[in-house]
Design a protein around this ligand. Sequence first.
Ligand code: G3P
Length: 218
Amino acid sequence: MKFFVDTADINEIKELAATGLINGVTTNPSLIKKSGKEFIPLIEEICDIVSGPVSAEVASTDYETMIKEANKLKDIAENVAIKVPLTEDGLKVCKELSDGGTMVNVTLCFSAGQAILAAKAGASFISPFVGRLDDISSDGMNLIADIVTIYDNYPNFDTEILVASIRNPMHIIESAKMGADIATCPANVIKQLYKHPLTDAGLDAFVKDWAATGQSIL
Ligand code: G3P
């Protein structure tokens, strides 16, 4: 399973990239706003830090302008993946860019039918938003299960399932059990994965017992 980090915060990206466990980055207009930085130089900076796919989202919603924006964004770096919304125009842009060899991440997916359309449009990534479905008392993980089943039925679908809107470690674990390709996670959720109280308690005991031996390895 690949991990992307869902942030536009350079410090968070640097810190997580240093673990060697991060395979890419996803951003969106809300994360860009939160960063307070200029979009294009920021994406350039992120692409220098992470060699895997870096999602940069178009800002407009009509086909003509989205294509123009996408063509500008894809020239930032080779590892830019253009993020487009799951709309009719968005999928037209997806098809055109994918046919031309550009990675496309189709975002704001909330149904299995939408995921089928994105795969048919040649998307490199489909981003189903699990947390936002949970927020409206729907079950986000059911959507992941459905998409995994459907994509597995059609080996010619090359689209990777990029689970998005992740809010907690269980979203990651459940996605992994289902065989989703990628989880894009806020930095704090990735950090939570390291944590277990028995690890902390066990390590405390080992450190104390080792000190009591009076030995040193070095
Ligand atoms: O990048 C898309 C997605 O991960 C957004 O998550 O928490 O705003 O629903 P959230």
